[in-house]
Ligand binder design. Structure first.
Ligand SMILES: [Zn+2]
Length: 150
């Protein structure tokens, strides 16, 4: 081993110092240009670097044709449908009712929960509830219109 100490050339040392000074003012993405900038990705709903290229995907029908291209508007081209309040209520009640029905045999000869019966029961119950609510509103509407008529 040599006792000689490493001595950089003054110009090189100066260049290194300047480089370090410049790096201080740069942002992370400027210092790591290979990663790219951070962006709020509209396709995957995440925040990630621009190096990650996302492609917009559309829901497809049975034949593999993108639904959006076929002009199915109003959210029907979404991969995951938006649920309305009543659909959510139905799903909720169906889940609650499933254990109350005996399991049935499916085509493979396995026991599975009777979802169809549970769902139809839930739908009946909810329809009654919804009807009750809307007829209550209609009654109120009728009486308040009578009052306003004078
Ligand atoms: Zn993305």
């Amino acid at each position: 081993m040599s006792e000689e100490k490493f001595q950089p050339i003054p110009e090189v040392e100066k260049a290194i110092l300047e480089f370090r000074e410049q790096q201080k003012e740069k942002s992370y993405s400027e210092r790591h240009s290979e990663l790219g900038r951070m962006l709020n990705c509209p396709f995957c709903d995440r925040r990630h670097r621009s190096i990650e290229a996302c492609v917009q995907r559309f829901a497809k029908d049975k034949n593999g044709v993108e639904r959006i291209a076929k002009g199915h508007g109003h959210g029907r081209g979404r991969l995951t449908r938006h649920w309305n309040k009543r659909s959510l209520e139905l799903v909720d009640l169906t889940h609650q009712l499933i254990p109350t029905y005996p399991e049935i045999l499916n085509e493979d000869g396995k026991l599975e929960p009777d979802v169809k019966k549970a769902r139809s029961q839930a739908l009946n119950t909810l329809r009654k509830k919804w009807h009750k609510r809307s007829s209550k509103i209609q009654r109120q509407q009728k009486s308040s219109r009578r009052i306003n008529r004078g």
